[in-house]
Ligand binder design. Structure first.
Ligand code: GCO
Ligand code: MG
Length: 412
């Protein structure tokens, strides 16, 4: 059979999602996620204008060949826009293959290597007290691993740090949205690394003391540190036994992780902005990281992410796939199937999607006692309700800008 149609949908149930629908001649449908936070329409154009017309009439079961065709043939390889577009098609083809087999996708990827996937959730607070409350809420729900982010005295607003809303509902979206019809400009935040480096060990100390040794504690440095600052932080967190320190430095320069490694045994995770196995070459072969943070959505889909994980497996490096709310439920399902199947799974980030998002994407995956499972529905197990999706038009939304106190633009 062959591919008959490819449709690209942008829907915005609380935040923007780019979803691909591949329909085969015999009426099978597959879904894929190509959401690139803040640059969604670039992926839409790439898919609609440059990818979809070249795939009509091709054999939908030739997944590896289609991946190589989309990766190699345009000449311009890699990059987040290209790889998100490749990802969306790849996921949809895997979804179709598993639906045709009548099996949940993980069975086509080698079958289950485990009974469930350890999840970590996001807790944050503008104060240590409110952070502890957020952590308590998750522990009470049965979660065993929590990412902790806290306000820093003297800084007004930090990306990823929010208090729970009254009533305890804890939810945030990592992008600001424009008011209806208005032009959109990213919000601005002010950053001070020295203040952060002084404060964060006290946050870890307080949370560790309150919750004891077993709770896994993670932290995201969000690329804000220089190599020597990252080394200092990694070293200063050691007494509190962090599960990982994520994105301690900007991702482009892999060699700086050598310096961090020389000074600390804090496990390191990196890669949410990476999009191909080559971005990991130095990091994996020199064992400079412990966890791969890429998402299927930004790294060429299940085929691309599986390549990375096969390479990582040889070096004993495990997965920690990116799972924020800007990866759609379709992308999330891809992580759950792949994570269940591969031997070198580590942990899965889990930021629950909003009720609006889940009214548009019908999901079959489940979470229980802090463990995730993709479910047993054939395929990825997520379906887009196209009528519901049409109710939510695209809204311009951007991630914030980070500046130092002197106004210069900083990494984040
Ligand atoms: C994480 C992240 C996200 C990203 C977001 C960007 O670890 O989950 O860093 O919150 O910032 O996905 O779009
Ligand atoms: Mg991150």
């Amino acid at each position: 059979m062959t591919i008959a149609r490819i449709d690209v949908t942008v829907t915005s149930p609380g935040r923007n999602f780019v979803t691909v629908k591949v329909t085969t001649e015999d009426g099978h449908i597959g879904w894929g996620d190509g959401t690139l936070n803040g640059r969604e329409l670039a992926v839409v154009s790439y898919l609609r204008d440059h990818v979809a017309p070249t795939l009509i009439g091709r054999d939908e079961s030739a997944i590896e060949q289609t991946w190589q065709y989309l990766y190699r043939s345009p000449y311009w390889r890699r990059g987040p826009v290209t790889m998100a577009a490749v990802a969306a098609i790849d996921m949809a083809l895997w979804d179709i293959a598993a639906k045709k087999a009548g099996e949940p996708l993980y069975k086509l990827l080698g079958g289950a290597s485990r009974t469930g996937l350890l999840a970590y959730v996001h807790a944050s607070g503008t104060t240590i007290e409110s952070l502890k409350e957020a952590v308590r809420g998750y522990v009470d729900q049965g979660f065993r691993a929590v990412r902790i982010q806290a306000g820093v005295p003297g800084l007004d607003q930090i990306y990823g740090v929010h208090d729970a809303a009254p009533g305890g509902k804890y939810e945030y979206e990592p992008a600001g949205r424009a008011a209806a019809g208005a032009a959109m400009r990213p919000t601005e935040e002010t950053w001070d690394t020295a203040a952060y480096l002084r404060h964060l060990p006290t946050v870890f100390a307080a949370v560790r003391e309150e919750f004891g040794p077993e709770l896994r504690l993670l932290h995201d440095g969000h690329h804000r540190m220089s190599p020597i600052e990252a080394a200092k932080l990694a070293k200063s967190l050691e007494p509190y036994d962090p599960f990982w320190l994520e994105d301690c430095t900007p991702g482009e320069d892999q060699s700086v992780l050598r310096l961090v490694r020389q000074h600390s045994v804090t496990p390191l995770a990196i890669g949410e902005v990476f999009n191909s196995v080559y971005d990991y070459q130095t990091l994996i072969t020199e064992r400079l990281i412990d966890y791969v943070r890429s998402s299927a959505t930004h790294a060429g889909g299940i085929t691309g992410l599986r390549q990375i994980m096969s390479f990582a497996a040889i070096y004993g490096i495990r997965s920690g796939f990116h799972g924020p709310t800007d990866v759609s439920p379709v992308g999330m399902a891809a992580h759950l199937h792949l994570g269940l199947a591969i031997h070198n799974f580590g942990i899965q980030e889990y930021m629950p999607h909003s009720e609006d998002t889940l009214s548009v994407f019908r999901t079959g995956y489940r979470v229980q006692d802090g463990m995730l499972h993709p479910g047993e529905a054939p395929g990825l197990g997520v379906e887009l309700d196209e009528e519901a999706a049409a109710e939510y038009e695209y809204v311009p939304a951007y991630l914030p800008v980070n500046r130092l106190r002197d106004g210069s633009v900083h990494d984040w």
